[in-house]
Design a protein around this ligand. Structure first.
Ligand code: SF4
Length: 363
């Protein structure tokens, strides 16, 4: 596998990394504060009723990611919306008859919904919720990198801006990335992969494809450590380890199952183990526990298990999706996602390629 040996991290990237750190710190500082999920059951149900009425008024549906807080996922289920991974969120929003989509997730998910459903209004509870992978792949640098290698096929993860998608030949999510890269490799194509280096390395190992890897990372999954998980395994030797491939290679190597969020939920059902150590955002526990009500789910430790670090397995940007934000955006109709139509048209091509390919996989 080649690395981008001639690519030097610029000041711009350093600034982006610093911005990401500041946002993460702000999130960690808020961890001690009262959170929405500490609402009494009665107060929560009252908010659900208010939101339900607003959804109806706007002919809107709530589309939530697995990493949102449990009450947001519960609300999506109760109101006929969906809780899923980013691929399924995109499909669901496109195919649903509602004229407004309320996307509880991060910005690239809202943009993807808008690209696939340009005629719909796409609202988000907060426009500040982004992703370290998206931040770490600025379009100008990425375009320059790709333009210098015209003989490569450009494959980008869904966790990228609309502009980066528009520069790509293919968009993939973690649930279909291996199959798509396998397909491209069988055609003899060389691949530029961006932005998640860990997922890229995992796919390269699985497929043997010729891949140049961008050096982005997810700030949540990057915190998992093989040693911490091994220590936990020593405590619970009967437990299976489930790992999302955005985690470092050493963590992936000790997993009993590796996969996207949907694939990990399926693995939780399929594995015979009663105890599961789960290395992905803790938001997934809501749906995973529904799928395996009798199993014991344990959060994999992060690097912050010491006295000096306060990292946690919860995405600070996903945590910005709160019930009050959902209610407010429905009442005000602000926080709308716009994507330049010409850009959207270009970004739709690689997205459609992915959706068509994965629909073929399902058949
Ligand atoms: S969990 Fe990681 S990959 Fe997902 S949105 Fe948050 S930072 Fe991005």
């Amino acid at each position: 596998m080649k690395d981008r040996e001639d690519f030097v991290m610029s000041d711009a990237n350093n600034l982006i990394a610093n911005e990401a750190k500041t946002i993460v710190q702000a999130h960690l500082d808020r961890l001690g504060e009262a959170k929405e999920h500490l609402l009494t059951e009665e107060a929560k149900l009252e908010k659900f009723e208010l939101i339900k009425a607003e959804l109806k008024k706007r002919n809107a549906v709530l589309v939530a990611h697995y990493y949102c807080d449990p009450e947001v996922q519960e609300l999506a289920e109760l109101t006929g919306g969906c809780v899923s991974d980013s691929l399924e969120m995109a499909r669901f929003g496109r195919d649903h008859p509602a004229t407004t989509l309320v996307v509880a997730g991060v910005k690239f998910m809202g943009e993807t919904s808008k690209i696939l459903s340009p005629e719909k209004t796409v609202l988000m509870p907060t426009l500040e919720a982004t992703c370290s992978l998206d931040l770490g792949c600025p379009v100008d640098e990425f375009t320059q990198f790709c333009d210098a290698r015209p003989d490569y096929t450009v494959v980008v993860y869904a966790n990228t801006s609309a502009a980066v998608k528009a520069r790509a030949d293919w968009v993939v999510t973690s649930s279909c990335a291996v199959e798509i890269v396998e397909h491209l490799d069988s055609l003899g194509e060389k691949i530029i992969w961006a932005p998640d280096q860990h997922l890229g390395r995992y796919i390269q190992k699985k497929t043997g494809a010729d891949m140049l890897l961008w050096d982005g990372a997810c700030i949540v999954h990057e915190e998992f450590r093989a040693r911490g998980i091994a220590n936990m395994k020593a405590l619970y030797p009967d437990a299976a380890v489930l790992v999302h491939p955005e985690s470092p290679e050493s963590v992936v190597d000790i997993a009993d199952a590796v996969g996207s969020t949907s694939q990990l939920i399926k693995a939780a059902q399929a594995l015979p183990h009663e105890r599961l150590i789960v290395a992905t955002d803790r938001g997934i526990f809501y749906k995973m526990q529904q799928a395996v009500p009798d199993k014991i789910l344990i959060e994999a430790p992060t690097a912050g298990e010491g006295a000096t670090c306060r990292s946690c397995a919860h995405c600070p940007w996903m945590a910005m999706n709160e019930l009050d934000g959902i209610l407010q955006v429905l009442q005000r109709g602000d926080q709308e996602i716009f994507v330049d139509p010409a850009l959207a048209e270009r970004a739709k091509l690689p997205l459609d390629r992915m959706l068509n390919f994965s629909a073929g996989l399902k058949r």
